[in-house]
Structures are given as structure tokens and as C-alpha cells.
Design a protein around this ligand. Structure first.
Ligand code: ATP
Ligand code: NMN
Length: 169
């Protein structure tokens, strides 16, 4: 049984994340997805709750060939024990996939195999750019899977973001 681990904040989940997970699914029998900074929501950089992010990911990956486990993980104040914290919340995994230098370093120091997936159209496919577009009323829908558009509409996510940021008229 080969299990891969992928962690992100997913604010929101976008096509870049989807392309990485489709790549991981080619190797893994199962994938564990950590929804990081799970305690954060309703801020301009972290507008969506952990539960809303779980919904985005689970629906977007409904047709993925391999089973997924989507697990919210709160931040802790001590990087030195963060890997143990993550492991205490997740099924065991063999390979960590991340492009975040701190995440890569902490898992590598813990003796885990770490791989850095290729970036998918990063100029447009980032949570920051999607949130910017939502705030400015520009089109963002082409950057996320259709299921994520549905979730964001259902929770009125772009409206929430504009209210939080104080740009709503
Ligand atoms: N376009 C992309 N293609 C491939 N991987 C990506 C892409 N964007 C982010 N990732 C990776 O996804 C993981 C989670 O990233 P995260 O949820 O912070 O997304 P982000 O788009 O970088 O968000 P933000 O812009 O809000 O910081 C990280 O390992 C990151 O390197
Ligand atoms: N000490 C900690 O709590 C700690 C350390 C490293 C990463 N993380 C989290 O892991 C996630 C990494 O995701 P990104 O690659 O999207 O930044 C973030 O939610 C980040 O806060 C937490």
C-alpha cells in the first residue's frame, strides 16, 4: 500500500492543486490531503473554513481513481514538533509532496521522502491571485474545478471575502 501526503491551505482549492493530485494518483494507492491552518477562516488571506475547504476538495476529487482522506490540521506554535503533530492526525504515509520550503525541510529532517511537484501555470493558479480576482470582481472561475465554483457559490464565498476586506459597497 503506497500512501502519499499533500498539504496546503487551499484558500481556495484550484486547478494547480488538482493537477498535482492527479499526478500523485498515478503513483499512490491512496492519498492523504492535509487542510493546513485549519483554525483560520474569515480573514482576507484565509476566507474559507476548514469544513468548506474539505467540501471543495472532496467534491473536486470525486472521480479520482484512488481513495482520498481529507484531514483538517491546525497550526501549532512549534515547528520542531509539527511533523509529529501532522502524523498524529493522519493515516500513515510514505511520500510527502510539497513545494513549501519549510514543509519540505521539516519532513526531510524527520527522515521522510519528500517530492516537489511541478508548478502548473503558477502565474495565474495561486490562491492569492484567485482571492485578488474575487475582491476586484474579475473572473476567477476558470482557475478552479467546476465543483469548487459550486461550493463557493453555495456559501457566497466571494461575497464574504469582499465583506471581510471591506471592499463591498
Ligand atoms: N499552480 C500550482 N501548481 C502546482 N502546485 C501548486 C500550485 N500552487 C500551489 N501549489 C502547491 O500547493 C501546495 C499548497 O499550496 P497553497 O494551498 O498555499 O496554494 P497557493 O496557491 O500557493 O496559496 P496562496 O497563494 O494562498 O499562498 C504547496 O505545496 C504549493 O507549492
Ligand atoms: N508549526 C506549524 O504549525 C506549521 C509548520 C509548517 C507548516 N504549517 C502549515 O502547513 C501548511 C502548508 O501549506 P502551504 O504550502 O499552503 O503553505 C500551512 O497551513 C502552514 O501553516 C504549519
Amino acid at each position: 500500500m503506497r500512501r502519499g501526503f499533500y498539504i496546503g491551505r487551499f484558500q481556495p482549492y484550484h486547478n494547480g492543486h488538482q493537477s498535482v493530485l492527479e499526478e500523485i494518483a498515478r503513483w499512490a494507492d491512496e492519498i492523504v490531503i492535509g487542510v493546513g491552518s485549519a483554525q483560520l477562516s474569515h480573514t482576507p488571506d484565509n476566507p474559507f473554513t476548514a469544513g468548506e475547504r474539505v467540501l471543495m476538495i472532496t467534491r473536486a476529487l470525486a472521480d479520482l481513481a484512488c481513495p482520498i482522506y481529507v484531514i483538517p490540521i491546525e497550526d501549532i506554535r512549534r515547528n520542531a514538533i509539527w511533523v509529529a503533530h501532522v502524523r498524529s492526525m493522519t493515516p500513515p504515509f510514505d511520500v510527502v509532496y510539497s513545494g513549501n520550503p519549510l514543509v519540505m525541510q521539516l519532513f526531510a529532517e524527520a527522515g521522510m521522502e519528500v517530492q516537489s511537484p511541478d508548478m502548473y501555470e503558477r502565474a495565474t493558479h495561486s490562491g492569492r491571485e484567485i482571492r485578488r480576482r474575487m475582491l476586484c470582481g474579475e473572473a476567477w472561475e476558470n482557475l478552479v474545478p467546476p465543483a469548487v465554483i459550486d461550493v463557493i457559490r453555495e456559501i457566497r464565498g466571494d461575497e464574504r471575502l469582499r465583506q471581510i476586506a471591506g471592499t463591498d459597497e
